[in-house]
Design a protein around this ligand. Structure first.
Ligand code: CTP
Length: 426
């Protein structure tokens, strides 16, 4: 979504270090520009071995400089950093991260970071060995301690034959995280050692080999929660029903399911090891009592002229997880979060229905949003209220979740979760 008209474009510096993934920075620049931001690219000298200055200049609409001796009259080494609303460095090589960690200012990019007081997001891309090297680990910790957001690298194919963590996340994910930090606040890296289980997307119930009962869930909110939880340092497992094509959140393990029964089984099996369980999936409440082995033919109507489908109710996964916790099968301090897709009516508001749902489900937190055709489902933004269970079921703690991208909403929900977490993680 673009910024509201009349609002001044935010100034974002895209730093680019010399790695093969430098070409992906072009897409980051384009994504940020398309959302109305004013982007300036500051590459290192070696980045220009991979992508020419002309490309960055054409995409950003600003001249490109690499050293503090370019356009000296404009005092760029100070001005670019001072004026920035955010700096995102993608890709950041092991060498650049090392230079940032010791506070070097030996080119325009490092000088810009040293001057800046705005949020800085560092997006590493390097070989797995370099990422795991003790020197890099320490440098990354140093940057995080200073409040810099260091994005978790994606897993996958690296240059050459190797695979593992170290890949640059998708440009769309980088741009989205940058906007989240700008719109919301820096994401703390405080969940290392925590395990988070999230369901996302819609479950589907087969009618016959070609037809199913499904819903309009896109999976975006669950994926955004996984993304932010992973950026907080948690080990994330995402149990996914049907979703639109979405990039895998950094480092998350994806488990694919189709039906509610499959999702219920995967969630129940994993929940006992988790610190946090979030049911963001839109679960099909009913399934046909039997699945036809062959495609159902037209003309098999009953005596009233109707083609009848008999439905049976599916298990309530969220309630089952809460019951498992009460029975001691899931640790008592595991935080369980539900979602409530509600519509208000003449007698009750969406919030009233959500309050009743929180009591019915027994989870610790319930994110309530209003739904309807074209509202929230499939959209890229969300808003609502986060309800927290209290001793009095009729008056839960209510925190407004302000309108924002699904990543901004996810960051707000996870702050609510963080307030409830105890211990150091399992
Ligand atoms: N949920 C679940 N299992 C189901 C149905 C829903 O775990 N069979 C979870 C959803 O993932 C969500 C919460 O329960 O976290 C509320 O989902 P929602 O569809 O709003 O509620 P329902 O229980 O289906 O209640 P109703 O349709 O009656 O409002």
């Amino acid at each position: 979504m673009s910024q509201p008209s009349g609002q001044q474009a935010r100034k974002i510096v895209v730093g680019v270090a010399g790695g093969i993934a430098a070409y992906k920075a072009c897409h980051v620049v384009r994504d940020l520009k398309e959302h109305g931001d004013d982007v300036r690219v500051v590459p290192t000298e070696s980045a220009l071995n991979f992508v020419g200055a002309a490309t960055f200049e054409a995409l950003s609409g600003h001249p490109v400089a690499t050293t503090v001796f370019d356009a000296v009259d404009q005092v760029q080494h100070v001005r670019v950093g001072q004026e920035a609303d955010a700096i995102v460095i993608a890709p950041a090589t092991a060498d650049l991260i090392a230079r940032l960690a010791i506070g070097r200012a030996d080119d325009l990019l490092t000088a810009t970071v040293l001057v800046a007081t705005c949020p800085v997001i560092v997006v590493p891309a390097m070989h797995t060995e370099m990422w795991y090297n003790a020197a890099t680990r320490e440098n990354v910790s140093t940057l995080r301690r200073r409040g810099i957001t260091v994005m978790e690298p994606a897993h996958g194919r690296l240059t050459g034959r190797d695979t593992g963590p170290g890949r640059l996340p998708d440009p769309e994910q980088i741009a989205e995280l940058t906007r989240t930090v700008l719109d919301d606040q820096p994401i703390p890296h405080d969940w290392a050692g925590r395990k988070v289980l999230i369901s996302a997307g819609g479950t589907q119930e087969n009618i016959d080999p070609v037809r199913y009962i499904g819903n309009r869930s896109s999976g975006r909110q669950g994926y955004a929660l996984a993304e932010i939880a992973a950026q907080r340092g948690a080990q994330v497992t995402l149990v996914v029903g049907n979703v639109v094509e979405l990039p895998t959140p950094a480092g998350a393990e994806i488990v694919r399911v189709v039906s509610t029964a499959e999702m219920a089984e995967e969630m129940a099996r994993r929940a006992p090891e988790m610190d946090v369980v979030i049911m963001a999936a839109a679960v099909a409440d009913f399934r046909p009592d039997q699945v036809a082995g062959a495609k159902m033919k037209k003309g098999s109507r009953d005596e009233t002229g109707l083609q009848t489908l008999h439905l049976v109710e599916n298990p309530d996964i969220l309630r089952t997880l809460v019951e498992a916790r009460a029975a001691g099968e899931v640790p008592a301090d595991t935080v369980i979060v539900g979602f409530a897709a509600e519509t208000g009516d003449d007698t009750h508001s969406a919030l009233d229905y959500a309050t009743a749902k929180l009591a019915r489900k027994g989870c610790d937190l319930l994110m309530c949003n209003e739904v309807g055709v074209g509202k929230v489902f499939g959209e890229k933004r969300n808003r609502g209220w986060l309800l927290a269970r209290t001793a009095d079921e009729d008056s839960p703690g209510v925190t407004e979740v302000v309108d924002g991208s699904k990543a901004v909403v996810a960051a707000q929900i996870l702050r609510g979760v963080a307030d409830l977490l105890t211990g150091d993680g399992r």
